[in-house]
Write a protein that binds this ligand. Structure first.
Ligand SMILES: *[C@@H]1O[C@H](CO)[C@@H](O)[C@H](O)[C@H]1NC(C)=O
Length: 202
């Protein structure tokens, strides 16, 4: 269910973070347009695949997909869209909200989905656990590790001196606690390295 409102549109694009649960975000009173290229940050809870593309009038025009969304309407679009957060974008991005008002939000979602799926620069992106997507015009699949995780190759790891305790990366000077098994119990994803010893008896 969407909050179809223009109120959510003033978020500065550069710091724009979208929650996966799609909760409505109250906009901070922020004016400035973001410098190019627009960067959308997006939290990723686990190993995750997504389809992302940079979308602007040129891309839409080149695709010749037909439909109501044409390049003349899309002149001010210039953003990364990943299919997983398109619904949230449709209620939060100022240009998309405006277009949704013109074309109908459902039509717009359908057409943008087709654009993303067919965009030449688009990609199937895979993200490791504890990463956040930082899609940009040069690399639509770019990602960073969410602090305190740090990047090690294609993984986000809990690097020393931090350790992972009960699935949470942090500093545990007194160890992780005897009640907690030191073996991975849940989220059998192998992506999460545990570096260093869990028990640092102080
Ligand atoms: C639109 O995006 C594409 C893909 O990133 C890029 O090649 C093109 O130059 C962009 N067009 C404009 C007008 O910025």
């Amino acid at each position: 269910m969407r909050a179809h409102t223009i109120a959510g549109t003033l978020l500065p694009l550069l710091t724009f973070a979208i929650s996966l649960v799609g909760a409505y975000h109250a906009p901070p009173p922020a004016p400035a347009a973001a410098p190019v290229p627009t960067l959308h940050q997006h939290r990723i809870p686990r190993d995750f695949r997504d389809t992302c593309a940079w979308v602007n009038a040129t891309v839409i025009d080149d695709l010749h997909l037909g439909g109501a969304l044409d390049a003349s309407l899309a002149t001010s679009l210039d953003l990364c869209i990943c299919l997983s957060f398109l619904p949230e974008l449709l209620t939060a991005d100022v240009e998309l909200v405006t277009l949704g008002g013109l074309l109908g939000i459902d039509n717009l979602e359908l057409e943008l989905t087709a654009v993303v799926n067919n965009a030449p620069g688009g990609g199937q992106c895979t993200y490791p656990q504890n990463a956040q997507a930082v899609c940009n015009q040069n690399d639509v699949c770019a990602w960073d590790c969410e602090a305190p995780y740090t990047r090690d190759g294609d993984e986000c790891v809990c690097a020393a001196p931090m350790t992972s305790c009960n699935g949470k990366c942090g500093l545990y000077p007194k160890g992780c606690g005897s009640s907690v098994p030191q073996k991975k119990k849940r989220g059998a994803h192998s992506q999460m390295h545990k570096r260093g010893s869990v028990a640092r008896a102080h």
